[in-house]
Design a protein around this ligand. Sequence first.
Ligand SMILES: Cc1cc2nc3c(=O)[nH]c(=O)nc-3n(C[C@H](O)[C@H](O)[C@H](O)COP(=O)(O)OP(=O)(O)OC[C@H]3O[C@@H](n4cnc5c(N)ncnc54)[C@H](O)[C@@H]3O)c2cc1C
Length: 420
Amino acid sequence: MFGTGRYSGWRVVKEALTGHKGWGPAWRDPEPQASYDYIIIGGGGHGLATAYYLAKEFRQARIAVLEKGYLGGGNVGRNTTIIRSNYLLDGNEPFYEFSLKLWEGLEQDFNFNAMVSQRGIINLIHTDAQRDAFTRRGNAMILNGADAELLDREQVRAMYPFLNFNNARFPIKGALMQRRGGTVRHDAVAWGYARGADSRGVDLIQNCEVTGIRTEQGRVTGVDTTRGFIGAKKVGVAVAGNSSRVMAHVGMRLPMESHVLQAFVSEGLKPLIDGVMTYGAGHFYVSQSDKGGLVFGGDIDGYNTYAQRGNMPVVEDVAEGGMSLIPMIGRARLLRSWGGIMDMSMDGSPIIDKTDIEGLYFNGGWCYGGFKATPASGWCFAHLLATDRPHETATAYRFDRFRKGLMIDEKGQGAQPNLH
Ligand SMILES: Cc1cc2nc3c(=O)[nH]c(=O)nc-3n(C[C@H](O)[C@H](O)[C@H](O)COP(=O)(O)OP(=O)(O)OC[C@H]3O[C@@H](n4cnc5c(N)ncnc54)[C@H](O)[C@@H]3O)c2cc1C
């Protein structure tokens, strides 16, 4: 094992008694080698998970992850930390349920405390039609082996009596609940996968931007980077919001747009919301961190950008959503906000597929729901890279679904990325 050895309770006690001199860096800082069997572009959650499972589950070696900044500096460390598998469509639900099952054993698997907290998620219902739709979704979840419960208004009131139940336009009539949903400390997921991959010999190379992808006779041969050319037999792209820019290196236009999504954290408050809640009449979702801050968000800003910060109109829109659902939130002060770049696909669902260039593989289009997908995305991408076959839960995530009309449009919005 490379790195700093296994973490355990005994180790904490031992280090406490010996002055904490035994802790080393959680991963190495290697120089890039001349070539690898596998290069993963992007040291976010998905890239790191891919490298981890490639090494651990598929027993592959000579793997590098190339990250243009620092590990976890992208969306994996910027999201609102919600995990769930409450999807409706066949192409999605088995994949997200696979992911939730992986979350359930993740900390033991990669020996890192990622604070996986299955505190439950509720999607609020405001109309009878919405109850019908959520009932259908709950049944689809159960058919796919997930858990789902329909709550009536009084059950929701018992959980969160301070919600605006009698809002004249959007009264709360109940909720769809998934008790196994919840939150995970997002940056610890990047660190856990990084440490687990490093300990299996994966080179994690930071400050190494990929500036070109070289091919010869239709086959990938390696990548140009800010630290020189690095050869590779197979290259996997997992760069989330930068997908279009990286795939442009091989002249590929993606069915995708990049948009900014903002997140917000309030000042620390006493325990108030012990689960995750989404508003069914506006776009607003909220949970409370262990430090007491309300962590919330809403819609994307709605214009194409690669900036990792948003603008005031959406701040106002999200605040209005919060106020209409939880009026007392207006008395809390906002402590921080930030943005991340979303790879919004045309149908709101991701792509995990080969490209027409041999040895070049693509993982992206996660929109603003890719954090919950991190374990399954990494596993399925590793499966594809190692075996050249899609994993059974990811067979629908193909490029050609747009050509064949097999869209996985969970929201039913059509080809409008800004609405997914
Ligand atoms: C505000 C916000 C809230 C969100 N909330 C949720 C949520 O509650 N639940 C949920 O499931 N999802 C959520 N998401 C979405 C989720 O965070 C993303 O879908 C997911 O993290 C994307 O995958 P990733 O972790 O690999 O991306 P990233 O962490 O962005 O990783 C991609 C990496 O690629 C690197 N890169 C880019 N170009 C290059 C290059 N040329 N060379 C080398 N490296 C490169 C980037 O620096 C980056 O580190 C949210 C996102 C945001 C921004």
